[in-house]
Design a protein around this ligand. Structure first.
Ligand code: AMP
Length: 333
């Protein structure tokens, strides 16, 4: 068994194992276990030392948003706490890797398999939009898979809550999944997530991105699927469908008829787009980083939540040296 240490959170005590599940923009994700219930979890651990004040505010924002989300296709945040040195997020464990890796290994998915995943992703996003939350970084590597081959939307680092239907212009997310209005002037509404969903569907079916803005669709894809992809990758924000419209598209209906599946098609944000008015031109706020699949770090605006997390009960115990050793191995101390 790998090395381990224990950490006391606000809801339970957790064993953190020296087994890396992945690395994110801010920290490392290690395998963990709830000491009381025995269930496996994922522990995202971030050293506060290397973070700017704005990063900390951003991460607290992620925690505040994600800890209020309960949906079968969204990674549940079980606990979150911090001490002087680290932020800890204890998350539902997804042991099937992410969609990006899956498609790298399997190659492009068949339409029926892509549908099975896609419908879950859209339902997760519909739930977010109903709660006035934009994810802003939907991509294959943020779509995790659990033991039951169920999709779990993860990584809420760039998520934000709409204030009165509005979010301040900002460039954030991942370049390949960003709609033109965000790249051009940072304009944001819920339709930015729809564009990213269009790219996700395209990528699942092609194992590639549309090249030079051209939506070349391979042979064998149904006309209903082509039509849906084109609608989601519509340059005009206002013509792009909402999550509810995606869920009632001909493509979804076709598979529903075939599978006898019932899809939740409740209404999404009413009149949100109308309230926002037309996109405003603003200067670019951040420049995309080099790596194509890397999240673009723009300066966060809007009104992030700045209060610290629950710190009262949190402490590391077991062997302090083991904790230090494990965390320093992952460059966290
Ligand atoms: P993030 O910091 O959220 O971007 O996560 C970085 C990586 O850690 C992901 O790409 C996954 O490989 C892994 N990871 C994050 N959350 C989980 C989770 N809940 N279960 C399993 N692996 C995860």
């Amino acid at each position: 068994m790998s090395q381990q240490f224990q950490v006391k959170g606000t809801k339970s005590t957790y064993i953190i194992y020296d087994k890396v599940l992945g690395k994110g923009a801010y920290g490392v994700v290690l395998l963990a276990q709830d000491i009381n219930f025995g269930n496996q979890l994922a522990a995202k651990i971030i050293s506060k030392k290397s973070l700017s004040q704005i990063d900390i505010v951003n991460l607290r924002n992620e925690i505040n948003i994600q800890s209020n989300l309960y949906h079968p296709n969204i990674v549940t945040m079980i606990d979150a706490f911090e001490d002087n040195e680290y932020l800890y997020m204890l998350l539902e464990y997804c042991n099937g890797g992410c969609l990006f890796t899956k498609i790298q290994l399997s190659g492009p998915l068949r339409e029926d398999k892509a549908y099975k995943y896609f419908i879950q992703i859209v339902q997760a996003v519909q739930y977010l939009h109903q709660k006035n939350v934009l994810h802003r970084d939907i991509k294959l590597s943020n779509l995790l898979i659990n033991q039951e081959d169920q999709i779990k939307l993860a990584d809420f680092t760039w998520s934000t809550s709409l204030q009165m239907g509005y979010v301040a212009p900002q460039i954030c997310g991942t370049l390949e999944y960003m709609p033109p209005e965000v790249i051009q002037n940072g304009f944001q509404n819920e339709k930015l997530d729809i564009w990213s969903l269009g790219i996700v569907l395209y990528e699942m079916l092609h194992n590639d991105f549309p090249q030079n803005g051209l939506i070349f669709i391979r042979n064998g894809i149904s006309k209903e699927c082509k039509s849906l992809m084109k609608q989601m990758l519509e340059v005009d924000t206002y013509k792009r469908p909402s999550t509810s419209e995606v869920l009632s598209s001909q493509w979804v209906k076709k598979f529903q008829r075939n599978n006898g599946l019932i899809v939740n098609t409740c209404r999404s944000l009413s009149g949100l787009t109308d309230k926002l008015g037309s996109p405003r031109k603003i200067p670019l706020l951040g420049s995309p980083l080099g790596s194509p699949l890397r999240t673009v770090i723009g300066s966060p605006f809007g009104s992030p939540i700045t209060s610290p997390l629950n710190t009262s009960q949190q402490k590391c115990f077991g062997s302090k040296n083991v904790a230090k050793q494990i965390l320093s191995t992952h460059k966290l101390s």
